[in-house]
Design a binder for this molecule. Structure first.
Ligand SMILES: Nc1nc2c(ncn2[C@@H]2O[C@H](COP(=O)(O)OP(=O)(O)O)[C@@H](O)[C@H]2O)c(=O)[nH]1
Ligand SMILES: [Mg+2]
Length: 186
């Protein structure tokens, strides 16, 4: 049984629903934003994810970033030492999907370098008509060694799954590192 804390970077274009996802997740579905409030700089939200099979818990510190370019340069410092990244696009907005690689490259530049990162690609607004195919999303996610998910923050549908996936990958990575250290000591 382990209790870990992870810094999670949530990025993507403006208005794809990053804040909605973070708020719905951290409030267990209680708080879907009713009015539109654009994120200024970065907001921090916290959610504990319990992995039922092994009693492991990962406390996610989610850094909900503004998708606006004017804030980006000032946000970079807050990106440092992130443990995982969530790339969000809007399923009904093809451009936002096209910009996923841009956000991934920005994150790589800011904190990843050649480090392998745990991450996922989330297509939000599955309640509205989707124009990005699951096959395309899966292909893109795999090309950057991530997993693709779809969700609707509005309907509180599919929100927990990607974060459960991230938490379980994080615990796996942690156990692997512990095993390596143990090998050196032994
Ligand atoms: N239909 C629909 N609209 C959503 C969903 N999530 C967010 N929105 C709306 O999209 C707009 C932008 O959401 P917001 O969370 O501020 O996006 P952000 O700029 O990426 O943080 C708001 O008007 C939300 O109400 C969703 O799952 N479905
Ligand atoms: Mg926002």
């Amino acid at each position: 049984m382990v209790f870990l804390r992870a810094k999670v970077l949530v990025v993507g274009d403006c208005c794809v629903g990053k804040s909605a996802i973070c708020q719905v997740l951290s409030s267990d579905g209680g708080s879907y934003p009713k009015s539109y409030n654009s994120t200024i700089m970065t907001e921090l939200l916290i959610k504990q994810i319990q992995l039922t099979d092994k009693d492991d818990t990962v406390e996610m510190f989610m850094y909900d970033n503004s998708g606006k370019a004017i804030y980006f340069e000032n946000c970079k410092e807050t990106w440092l030492n992130a443990d995982m990244i969530v790339l969000v696009y809007d399923l009904s907005n093809k451009d936002s999907f096209g910009h996923i690689k841009f956000w991934y490259d920005k994150a790589k530049e800011a904190f990843l370098y050649d480090k392998e990162v745990i991450g996922c690609v989330i297509g939000n607004k599955s309640d509205s008509s989707s124009i990005v195919s699951q096959a395309n999303a899966k292909q893109l996610a795999e090309s950057i060694k991530m997993k693709a998910f779809e969700c609707s923050a509005k309907d509180n549908h599919g929100i927990l799954e990607p974060f459960r996936y991230l938490a379980s990958e994080y615990v796996k990575k942690y156990n692997e590192e512990i095993r390596k250290v143990q090998e050196i000591i032994d």
